[in-house]
Design a protein around this ligand. Structure first.
Ligand code: 4NP
Length: 159
């Protein structure tokens, strides 16, 4: 059965579109479905921030076709794993959880990495450097989460 993973940040234009694109680049779409959403609705319907598109492109990933959407309670029913970029996203997502059990699907994306960061920093008000840093944090975290999914046999035939 296909595993469904949702990446969540605040605006769904900087961090989570990168997380969606990076994870998709590492998996077979027959085995895993990846989407992203934001807890705020400021940019619904817009494409990713040009700086995220640029840094992804430098790493040969095209995220330009993604469109921003808002996280909704129904996502708790549709997705197996919900990865949030920071603690504020965690609180906002958990506030919409239909039950305590559903909250168990929500984890900080960097939880299992050995990075000095516990949260993916919001690069929106900074420069391109911040986007490059965010790219690498997310890339490493995606490798870790794929290891975890494989270890729990959730996922097979990862590319
Ligand atoms: P994101 O970054 O949560 O990584 O998409 C942001 C994007 C937009 C805003 C804040 C953060 N904003 O305030 O519009």
């Amino acid at each position: 059965m296909k595993i469904k993973v949702l990446m969540v940040c605040l605006g769904n234009i900087c961090r989570s579109p990168l997380a969606e694109g990076i994870l998709k680049s590492k998996v077979d779409p027959a085995n895993i479905f990846v989407d992203s959403a934001g807890t705020a609705g400021y940019h619904v319907g817009h494409g990713p921030d040009p700086r995220s598109i640029e840094v992804a492109k430098e790493h040969h990933i095209d995220i330009s076709g993604q469109r921003c959407r808002k996280f909704q309670e129904e996502d708790f029913y549709s997705f197996d794993h919900i990865f949030v970029m920071d603690k504020e996203n965690y609180s906002n997502v958990c506030a919409l959880a239909p039950s305590e059990d559903h909250k168990k699907k929500v984890r900080l994306l960097l939880e299992r990495t050995d990075s000095a960061y516990r949260e993916v920093p919001d690069p929106y008000y900074g420069g391109q450097d911040g986007f490059e840093e965010v790219y690498h944090l997310i890339d490493k975290a995606c490798d870790m989460l794929l290891q975890d999914l494989n270890a729990t046999n959730d996922l097979k035939n990862e590319r």
